[in-house]
Design a protein around this ligand. Structure first.
Ligand SMILES: Nc1nc2c(ncn2[C@@H]2O[C@H](COP(=O)(O)OP(=O)(O)OP(=O)(O)O)[C@@H](O)[C@H]2O)c(=O)[nH]1
Ligand SMILES: [Mg+2]
Ligand SMILES: [Zn+2]
Length: 302
């Protein structure tokens, strides 16, 4: 006697045509319904983060009957085809930009890049300052400048447990991505919240493998009451598709000055009567942040 069970869930993992779906009835392995597959020959038909309706009979494989509309997607340019993009993860609402005291070095330019990605993608950005046990005044001063811009900054120590409860609180109820250089402690932080995750720590910090581009697939982890994407290639994410004229608005402190320049299409480089450059000269906008803006505009870091 075969019983059919309907459920709704979220795709945690997608590999070779199989999808791991976290449903209200448990974790199911599913395939896409044939009709869905035929609709379009696309690889982004169903991706990690998608909300789906699934059907399962007995203990067998589930079938994804329907992919619900996406609220948001984070994509990256396909390395081989400049005009194609891969959807990496759908329905994110939060980006954690994870940095550390001590090692690896804190690059404000990289932090600004993550913040621009988040602003452009409409994600809430949260800055995590990990390895609090190695705190230095100079680095704390850098993090504090971002707190002053209005970004939440969480000071954490994955080893001692500082800030882990607040981090968990921010994760609950959201679908988030963790972005940050290798070695900042992303996996350590997630393990500190939920030791059952048992994520590998210190595994990829081997610098000899750094140049090799392993195209891992994005995976969502259930963490606390939320989901966190372990997102490969976040460095390549998002900014490439950002038109020049939208870049200034991705810097929160520039927003009040937009529209105040002499030229309507001012890019705030060397144009006369530029409200942004004036604000930089007056110290209202930091020279560091302006430098990040310039570099992203010139495409050096896009
Ligand atoms: N001192 C100190 N070390 C930490 C802390 N958190 C993590 N580490 C160490 O930092 C190293 C890297 O931690 P991971 O959690 O693997 O870092 P990751 O960001 O996941 O790195 P990738 O997976 O390579 O991107 C490990 O040796 C951790 O033990 C911390 O709060 N304080
Ligand atoms: Mg890791
Ligand atoms: Zn201007």
């Amino acid at each position: 006697m075969s019983e059919e069970i309907h459920a709704e869930g979220i795709v945690l993992r997608a590999t070779a045509g199989f999808f791991e779906v976290d449903t209200d009835r448990g974790l199911w392995t599913c395939k896409l319904r044939g009709r869905l597959k035929k609709e379009k020959q696309r690889t982004d038909l169903c991706v990690v983060g998608d909300r789906v309706r699934v059907l399962r009979s007995d203990e067998g494989l589930g079938t994804i009957e329907e992919v619900l509309p996406r609220r948001q997607v984070l994509s990256r340019q396909h390395p081989a085809q400049a005009r194609r993009e891969d959807v990496l993860v759908a329905n994110l609402d939060q980006l954690f930009a994870v940095f550390a005291f001590g090692d690896p070095p804190l690059h404000p330019r990289m932090l600004d890049r993550f913040l621009v990605v988040a602003e452009h993608a409409g994600l809430d950005a949260v800055i995590v300052a990990n390895k609090l046990d190695r705190e230095s005044d100079a680095q704390r001063a850098i993090f504090e400048t971002y707190a002053k811009l209005g970004y939440p900054v969480l000071y954490t120590c994955a080893h001692r447990g500082d800030g882990i409860a607040s981090l968990r609180e921010r994760i609950d109820g959201h679908v988030s991505a963790f972005a940050g250089a290798s070695g900042v402690g992303k996996s350590s932080l997630l393990n500190a919240i939920d030791p059952d995750l048992a994520l590998k720590v210190g595994a990829t910090s081997d610098h000899t493998t750094k140049g090799r581009h392993t195209t891992r697939v994005a995976t969502l982890h259930r963490v606390g009451e939320g989901y966190v994407a372990d997102t490969p290639g976040i460095r390549e994410l998002g900014v490439w598709e950002l038109p020049d004229e939208q870049l200034d608005a991705c810097f929160v402190e520039m927003r009040p000055f937009l529209g105040g320049c002499g030229f309507r299409d001012c890019r705030h480089r060397s144009e006369p009567d530029c409200a942004i450059k004036r604000a930089v000269e007056e110290g209202v906008i930091s020279a560091e942040r302006y430098e990040s803006y310039r570099r992203l505009l010139e495409g050096d870091e896009r």
